[in-house]
Write a protein that binds this ligand. Structure first.
Ligand code: PLP
Length: 397
């Protein structure tokens, strides 16, 4: 049975897995203690939940539990990583390398630091959204202290050559931070293999609640030092003061454990349905894929429909299919997606794009229904577009 509306916006957020909710429930009203309360069993129970969550997060990314700092999500983890490195190491140099299609959490943090004297290089990407590794290597200067390149993009799903970047960073003695918010839980992430020094993740992108995330901070070879961005009780080894979100951490840990067991299964399921959806929609004249078809997250496709405005498409579909034209954080603005613009798309093509984000619970019926509805909506909107005949003639040339 098909239930409407259909949720195809899993890159904006995911529903909590019921097993994650079950794991969290005891920590609201029963074992509600403060993990920093050292002198009674309420505190000990909370601490035990935090310890377990920390181990589960560490295991998923091949880190040590002591290398995991809990935060309120990826935005906070990104801020702590980039500002924390800058404030610690800027006596050595003030140069940071990042790229043009990073999430706003990274771009706006870099802009903030530029006002404080940082020298930031924003590397371009190619038409698939990939950073050029040679260009990155050439951008490294004696003053470079940090490379911040995302693991996978939230709008198009392109996966960067993270292991290669990590190898170069290590060779050049520069710290490497990756915003892995879209990658963790969807593809295997391994901080040892990738030579990651810092890595951000967020629970709500892989079936755990909003408002909790983590920053991985390497402790050996090299031992990364950070300047805390939050002052207070000295929680999380002084790097992130504030009472820990015990239910959230328990849920994040459980989600990590589930991903360890189920990522392969999830990826096979979503990529099969994604490929079916993509293949069917590409049959519509004037439709193209944005991003790298090879190096891409398994559950996403971003498509441009010529002669159609995505706002109109979203309005036509919105009651039945929950989709997005770009990232949740920047949609609502009339500017075309800066990610799609960075790939070289025209304003019109960027305005005619939709992101389909599938998830663990997406069904074949939902995909069949989506194919039917999107195809019909595109035809309808083109029928209303006085310029469609011209656009179509151009496409045929
Ligand atoms: C969602 C997202 C963020 C922000 O994460 P929050 O936990 O919501 O703050 C950062 N980077 C990427 C790539 C994301 O997809």
């Amino acid at each position: 049975m098909l239930h409407l509306p259909i949720y195809l916006d899993h890159n904006a957020t995911t529903p909590c897995d019921p097993r994650v909710v079950d794991t969290m429930l005891p920590y609201f009203s029963q074992s509600f203690g403060n993990a920093a309360s050292r002198h009674h069993s309420f505190g000990w129970q909370a601490q035990a939940a935090v310890d377990q969550g920390r181990e589960q997060v560490a295991q998923l990314i091949n880190a040590e539990p002591t290398e995991i700092i809990f935060t309120s999500g990826a935005t906070e983890a990104v801020n702590l990583a980039i500002k924390g490195v800058y404030e610690t190491y800027n006596s050595k140099g003030a140069h940071i390398i990042t790229c043009s299609i990073e999430h706003k959490a990274v771009l706006d943090t870099c802009k903030h630091l530029e006002k404080k004297g940082a020298d930031v290089t924003y590397l371009p990407v190619n038409e698939k959204g990939l950073v050029n590794v040679e260009e990155l290597e050439a951008a490294i200067k004696s003053t470079t202290i940090l490379i911040a390149i995302m693991y996978a993009n939230n709008e198009i799903g392109t996966i960067q050559p993270v292991a290669e970047i990590g190898r170069i960073a290590k060779e050049k003695n520069v710290l490497f931070f990756s915003d892995a918010t879209q990658a963790v839980g969807k593809i295997p992430v391994d901080v040892i293999r990738d030579n990651s020094d810092l890595l951000a993740l967020s629970a709500h992108k892989f079936y755990a609640p909003k408002g909790v995330g983590a920053l991985y901070v390497r402790r050996k070879a090299p031992r990364v030092k950070l300047t805390a961005q939050m002052d207070g009780g000295g929680h999380e080894r002084g790097l992130r003061s504030g009472t820990l979100n015990v239910p959230g951490i328990a849920g994040l840990g459980k989600a990590c454990q589930l991903c360890l067991d189920e990522t392969q299964k999830d990826a096979a399921h979503t990529s099969r349905l994604r490929d079916k959806l993509e293949k069917a929609l590409l049959k519509i004249e004037g439709t193209s894929v944005n991003g790298d078809a090879k190096s891409r997250l398994p559950q996403i496709t971003n498509l441009s429909f010529a002669g159609v405005d995505s706002e109109g498409l979203l309005m036509a579909l919105g009651k039945e299919i929950a989709l997005s034209s770009g990232s949740a954080c920047t949609s609502g603005s009339l500017e075309p997606s800066y990610v799609l613009k960075a790939l070289g798309l025209s304003n019109e093509a960027a305005h005619g794009s939709l992101r389909f984000g599938l998830g663990r619970s997406t069904t074949e019926e939902e995909i069949d229904y989506t194919i039917e509805k999107v195809s019909a909506a595109v035809q309808d909107l083109r029928g209303l577009n006085p310029f469609w005949k011209e656009v179509s003639a151009k496409l045929k040339r």
